[in-house]
Design a protein around this ligand. Sequence first.
Ligand code: HEM
Length: 145
Amino acid sequence: MPLSAGAAATIKENAGKFEGDAGIKFTVKMYDNAFSKYPAIKDEFVQANHVKDSNNVTPQGKLLAEALVAFAKNCDNEAALGDTVDRIAKRHKVQQVKDASFPVLGECLLQTMKEELGADAALCDAWREGYNYLAELIMAATKKQ
Ligand code: HEM
């Protein structure tokens, strides 16, 4: 099901929040939160992709920030999301990411949006819907790989 027009508009307006250093700081913090709150989930990830450099940047943090910007800018255009979704699905297939893990990461995404980006209720509501939509696209594309 596509995103509601209201959620899509709010996500698009705030796409810039995930750009540049601030976006990477956000995604790196999100993984930190996820791994400390749900240690079991850590085993699903390739830890080498989560090693911080001297600027606190991780390879995976960078890739997730890029994916979130791409999603935010095109969240009302499923066709335009194809390349981003397929790339993630290919990786997820290789890593055997479980559908059951998506809600946990979604919760950590919203928690970190409040902590790091000062997201208000409207932005959190929009992203709750947006995350579920993106998760559905990724899970469906992963099954087709
Ligand atoms: C909507 C939710 C999600 C998004 C947007 C997302 C995004 C991404 C992106 C952008 C990549 C890198 C792809 C590349 O190499 O180009 C990736 C890789 C990966 N994702 Fe996801 N992902 C999501 C959910 C999850 C969940 C729920 C898990 C498991 C708990 C997961 C586990 C992984 C793993 C293991 C990799 C391989 C790299 C690494 O070890 O970090 N992802 N994901």
